[in-house]
Design a protein around this ligand. Structure first.
Ligand code: NAD
Length: 460
């Protein structure tokens, strides 16, 4: 257990390392990225095993969404880092001519990364890739709800990365609270809204910038002009991997009324294809993280007052089968909170304005999914909704593109990362202008007159 004194001394030592300037070197950053890559490669099995013990994540998904995901991020950063670190030239107005103007990224210092439990490996190490790329030191605190993964990260990081620059602190709420009392140069938090507010409040003491990667109710619209089978496969994949405990999982479906019954049947057929007639026996189907979340999810089913398809569960193993709730009322508990589990409400809409109104009456979601082959409908949703991310005709596959900046808006979070956006987020991209002594334009100096003003207006 880390005491407040341990935390203070860890932070002091990281700050001292940063002050030496060694983290600024391109070569040092590349070595750390190489170390992290080796960690992922050598310990792929250990990591997937820890994820199975914590969440009963199957190997393929543990690899794809956690280890492989971090490796892809590292590879992308290794390839682009030299370019990202270079000064970025911008033009100079006549008034300041001659001059060189550019943006020069520099590291911030020590970044604090707080991870959530649903992707306990990826959500700590992907922000770390951005922190390393940008030349920072970092303190990481994995979620206490996934103790096997947390312990493994704490064991492996010092073996593969520079211990003078990176530290893992394990623990729960008390440890997070002690960490949040410290003065960091950036806090990168992934988790729920309630703790997000605690983080932001703590950060305000030192005006520390924060990134909040939160969640929310991500809608998924299914239009009539759509390949229902492909849509169902992609939705089942996005909704039921990790037993629905994914921040960007479709939270609820809005299905055009003309195809609703057919689509519900297609979903049932695809669920059968993917998880069999007894999903509790499927090695690819996850479990709920803890008893509190299990009870919360069952309450959604019990209070839904609508047709329930599925709903079987087992308390001992915290299993809840993939469940559809057909036409719950807007006032039902399941439509008031982020579900974050294997339950999918299906609600019909009569026209697109109806669906847009339903979406826009809620908070801005983290992701919005739309299934339609109609370009005008695609444009209509893009222009008339606001969300952190949009994926048309698929679900969470957009996360595989490191060139896309990932983050929320409004209640679903602030700040974006992955690829260059993560590098920029954890850098101070400072503005620089360099001028020679020649050509000292006298008209900007007092005493002013009409002639000078006319000329200044022209040059500005
Ligand atoms: P969690 O319980 O693992 O908490 C996240 C972190 O907050 C942990 O490190 C924990 O120790 C710390 N914490 C908990 N209570 C605290 C307190 N009172 N004071 C200080 N620190 C505290 O995760 P969670 O909040 O259950 O995560 C689920 C939420 O995260 C969902 O809303 C989901 O949508 C969101 N999420 C978002 C993303 C994203 O990338 N946007 C990714 C995953 C999850």
């Amino acid at each position: 257990m880390h005491t407040l004194e341990d935390i203070e001394s860890t932070l002091l030592s990281l700050k001292n390392t940063f002050a030496t300037g060694k983290t600024k070197a391109y070569q040092w950053r590349i070595e750390q990225l190489n170390g992290l890559m080796r960690l992922c490669e050598v310990h792929e099995k250990d990591i997937c095993e820890a994820l199975s013990l914590d969440l009963r994540k199957c190997y393929t998904e543990a690899y794809l969404q956690e280890v492989g995901y971090v490796k892809a991020d590292i590879k992308h950063t290794q390839k682009k880092l030299k370019k990202w670190m270079k000064p970025r030239r911008v033009s100079t107005p006549l008034l300041a001519f001659p001059a060189k103007s550019f943006h020069q990224p520099e590291p911030l210092g020590v970044v604090f990364i707080m991870g959530a439990w649903n992707f306990p490996f990826q959500l700590v190490l992907a922000p770390l890739v951005a922190a390393i790329g940008a030349g920072n030191c970092a303190v990481m605190k994995p979620s206490e709800l996934t103790p096997h993964t947390s312990k493994l990260i704490a064991k492996l990081v010092p073996q593969y990365l520079d211990s003078d620059a990176f530290a893992v602190v394990e623990g729960g709420k008390e440890v997070s609270t002690d960490l949040l009392k410290q003065r960091f140069d950036h806090i990168f938090y992934t988790g729920g809204e309630v703790v997000g507010k605690i983080v932001m409040k703590a950060a305000s003491q030192y005006l520390t910038p924060v990134t909040l990667e939160l969640g929310g109710k991500s809608p998924c619209i299914v239009d009539k002009e759509c390949n229902l089978l492909v849509a169902a496969r992609r939705i089942v994949w996005g909704k039921w991997s990790n037993a629905g405990q994914i921040c960007i999982a479709p939270d609820y479906l809005l299905v055009h009324e003309d195809i609703k019954n057919e689509f519900v049947d297609t979903l049932k057929q695809v669920l059968l294809e993917q998880f069999g007639d007894d999903p509790s026996q499927s090695k690819d189907y996850g479990r709920i993280i803890n008893d509190a979340h299990f009870k919360r999810l069952l309450a959604y089913i019990e209070t839904s007052q609508c047709d329930v398809i599925g709903g079987k569960h087992d308390t001992d193993s915290r299993f809840i089968e993939p469940t559809l709730l057909v036409e719950p009322k807007n006032s039902a508990l399941v439509m008031q909170e982020e579900i974050f589990g294997p339950i999918l409400p299906v609600i019909s809409f009569s026209d697109h304005q109806d669906a847009l109104d339903k979406i826009n009456q809620g908070e801005k979601p983290l992701a919005l999914y739309l299934f339609t082959g109609n370009d005008d409908v695609q444009q209509r949703y893009l222009l008339n909704t606001s969300s952190g991310n949009v994926c048309i005709n698929d679900t969470m596959i957009f996360m595989s593109n490191s060139n896309l900046a990932f983050g929320g808006v409004g209640n679903s979070g602030m700040g974006r990362y992955h690829g260059q956006s993560g590098f920029d987020l954890l850098s101070n991209v400072k503005a620089v202008m360099i001028r020679p002594f020649i050509l000292d334009v006298f008209i900007r100096y007092a005493p002013f007159n009409k002639f000078k003003l006319t000329l200044l207006k022209f040059l500005q």
